[in-house]
Design a protein around this ligand. Structure first.
Ligand code: ADP
Ligand code: ZN
Length: 724
């Protein structure tokens, strides 16, 4: 009897057993089709020893239906899936699904049909057809994608195909990518850069798992150094994964990569078209060294791709919070990257100018190898950081830029240099209220205010995307023209700059304005061509840019990130300010940074102004030690949600009521979560604080495993949570 156990993508069902029909060859990692009730499902053949014992007797097993034409998932990747599920208390099925998240990458042949508009007009125009044709100008994608894009049914589009208006295009998902060349344009590294690169190269040649923390100030050449390691991997036909936090802004990165290696890398992110996704997935898994994907640059999900011959992982800006996934499988890509490297027996490089405290601690403990780059490349100096105390020199009424900052900006404008203003808030104003009755616009689905976006004339929820037009009158009291914007967003700061420096050319850089690679490229070209005097931006401007004429950075509200009881608030503020400060003075002219604050005495602000990184890290270390927070203790969260508030509360209470009574584990709550309502679901939370050595995952599994919840209740576990 040839029995196999499949991991299928249904978290509720768990692994299932099937019979392998005669003549079918499958082994661990094979991706197969199997019957489930009347449906056909995809599953991955798993080893049986790690899974719970089978319950179905041999004679009841149903046969597999077929095998998909992709290489079996390697044992290293399956170990990673198991580790991730285990560590983050997530169902194996949910993690395995991320590996095939590309879903479409698997089923069916290597060619797919996309459609695009041709020259023909339909015989008869209908409103739906017109809508589709307007929306699909210049687009080419699969039927389902076009239907989503245009907001019309597939039926409408099929009608257009029959009429010859939409033309089919066959896309070959196996066409090879152009090859990167290790020595396309090799820079000359300075001695400390070369030494750093050599350490990575040496580790790659050794074929051992080696985690590195590449700690180097902004502009020291970290990218240049890991490019050398990439070149080594390319020369040896090994693949490289580069994880980047902000996929929207890799444009600068991609160009730089292309300059170095002759072609762009393969980019992997969640909004790829299904044909691109399938092409990338297949190339990444390809066993043929001459044809397979060489370098993949991606957001965190690229970690779970089926690399055939991974030789190096780089996590750039490794301290970034966006590496932490906050729903579904709540994993931290930085930590999972290290585990993947461990299973693959390869080096992993965590690069940052402001490493996470946890990473520094690992280096101190000798678990990570620390590689330092202490000065900027080419003799550029680190910028001078000073404080603008808003209590002493407040901005004018209704303004947000204080006189000392305005003075410096004027000076830059006179000298033909550039300034950058940073405020991590999209939109015009974070809150809108009625002057007459005090009514505040709140999201109906979330515990959040609606943010006014003047450019798009909308009130928007930044959590669920809910949008509405600002009404002419207050919805509560009916007074007309009574709405006032409270507080600044970047749009408002840009307006203020235009008002006080009317001759300045201002660029607004947020995910709303820089929402395509073309726009990003256009912005970079303008800034480099000195067609911009003042850049106003959100965190999108803090990374990756290198503008030699930029000599002033103004942090509009350095206190912003310190609000709220978030345990990582200070660290995040430090990182963000250090990062954006790093944009100043990268060329031959020195840079200057002004921090607007009402709390100059706060330890993080003081450390920034003193340029004393060690002071910051030691204060932060003490605070964490005191709170029993990582790396000194463990935190975990259990998040209970339901569309029904009472149901969520009752479930959370039931969990709280059966809390384990253990000496080294403390349970707080349940209490309403910080976002008590999110996307229409009411949320309650329990926090678990434990000694570092406690088996938190086992404790939680046992605890929750004994409970049953109503259908509508979701219970999620967040190990090492980021937001408190
Ligand atoms: P980081 O990643 O540490 O911020 P980068 O790698 O972006 O630093 O380097 C900063 C700037 O210096 C970039 O414009 C880069 O091209 C340049 N640079 C760094 N090292 C070299 C080198 N060895 N040769 C030429 N240019 C270099
Ligand atoms: Zn919302």
């Amino acid at each position: 009897m040839n029995r196999v156990r499949l991991v299928i993508f249904n978290a509720a069902l768990g692994p299932l057993d099937y019979r392998v029909p005669d003549g079918m060859q499958v082994g661990p990692g094979s991706v197969v089709l199997a019957p489930l009730g009347p449906r056909q499902i995809t599953g991955i053949v798993w080893e049986t020893e790690r899974l719970p014992a089978a319950t179905v007797p041999d004679h009841k097993l149903r046969p597999l239906l077929g095998k998909l034409p992709v290489p079996p998932l390697r044992a290293e990747l399956r170990r990673l899936v198991e580790w991730t599920a285990d560590y983050y208390c997530a169902p194996l099925a949910s993690v395995a699904r991320m590996v095939l998240a590309s879903g479409g990458a698997l089923k069916g042949p290597a060619t797919m049909t996309e459609y695009r508009l041709g020259d023909r007009e339909p015989d008869r125009m209908t409103p739906q057809r017109e809508k589709a044709m307007d929306a699909l100008q210049g687009e080419q994608a699969t039927m389902r994608e076009l239907s989503e894009l245009a907001g019309v049914s597939v039926g409408v589009l099929r009608g257009l195909v029959t009429q010859g208006v939409l033309e089919p295009v066959e896309v070959d998902c196996d066409r090879p990518y152009p090859r990167a060349l290790a020595d396309f344009a090799q820079p000359v590294l300075n001695p400390s850069q070369q030494e750093a690169a050599n350490r990575f190269i040496h580790a790659m040649r050794g074929g051992q798992f080696t985690p590195f923390l590449l700690d180097g100030v902004t502009g020291s050449g970290k990218t240049e150094v890991y490019f050398e390691a990439i070149a080594e991997a390319l020369a040896n036909e090994r693949q490289v994964l580069v994880l980047l936090p902000e996929i929207a802004l890799t444009e600068a990165f991609l160009r730089r990569f292309e300059t170095r290696f002759g072609v762009a890398p393969i980019v992997w992110h969640s909004s790829l078209k299904s044909t691109e996704r399938r092409r990338a997935w297949r190339a990444i898994a390809n066993g043929d060294a001459k044809a397979r994907a060489q370098v993949v640059v991606g957001a965190r999900s690229a970690l779970f791709l089926p690399y055939a011959a991974l030789g190096l992982i780089v996590v750039d800006e490794a301290h970034e919070v966006s590496f932490k996934q906050d729903d579904g499988v709540r994993y931290n890509a930085r930590d999972v990257a290290v585990m993947r490297a461990r299973f693959e027996k390869i080096p992993v490089v965590l690069a940052s100018a402001t490493p996470a405290l946890e990473s520094l601690q690992m280096a101190e403990a000798g678990i990570y190898e620390k590689v330092d780059l202490e000065s900027r490349f080419g003799g550029a100096q680190m910028p001078e950081i000073s404080i603008v105390d808003l209590r002493e020199t407040p901005p004018e009424r209704g303004h947000w830029l204080a006189p000392p900052l305005v003075t410096e900006m004027k000076l830059r404008l006179e000298r033909g240099e550039q300034s950058l203003l940073f405020l991590n808030r999209r939109g015009y104003a974070p809150l809108t209220l009625c002057r007459h009755c005090g009514f505040r616009f709140q999201c109906p689905n979330c515990s959040a205010w609606l943010v006014e976006h003047r450019l798009s004339n909308r009130l928007t929820c930044h959590h669920c995307g809910h949008e509405t037009r600002p009404p002419p009158a207050c919805p509560e009291c009916g007074t007309e023209d009574c709405l006032v914007a409270c507080g600044p967003g970047v749009e408002r700061i840009a307006d203020e700059v235009r008002e006080i420096l009317p001759e300045a050319r201002v660029a607004l850089v947020t995910s709303d304005t820089l929402n395509s690679p073309e726009k990003a490229a256009e912005f970079v070209a303008q800034a480099e061509g000195r067609a911009i005097d003042v850049i106003v931006g959100t965190q999108l401007v803090t990374k990756g840019f290198h503008f030699p004429e930029l000599t002033l950075v103004g942090v509009v509200d350095a206190d912003l990130g310190l609000e709220g009881g978030d345990l990582r608030a200070a660290e995040r503020t430090y990182q963000q300010v250090a990062q954006v400060a790093g944009r100043a003075g990268r060329g031959s002219k020195p840079g200057e940074v002004l921090l607007q604050t009402r709390h100059p005495e706060a330890s993080v602000i003081a450390a920034l102004a003193a340029g004393d990184r060690d002071a910051f890290y030691s204060a932060e270390t003490e605070a964490r030690r005191h709170a029993g927070a990582p790396p000194f203790g463990r935190w975990a969260a259990i998040i209970v949600s339901s569309e029904d508030e009472a149901e969520a509360r009752d479930a959370a209470r039931a969990i709280g009521g059966s809390r384990p009574d253990l000496p080294d584990v403390m349970v707080l709550g349940p209490a309403p979560a910080p976002m008590a309502l999110l996307r229409g679901r009411y949320r309650y939370r329990l926090l678990i604080n434990a000694r570092r050595t406690a088996q938190v995952q086992n404790i939680i599994r046992e605890w929750l495993g004994a409970l049953k919840f109503p259908q509508g209740v979701r219970v999620g576990v967040d190990i090492d949570p980021y937001s408190f």
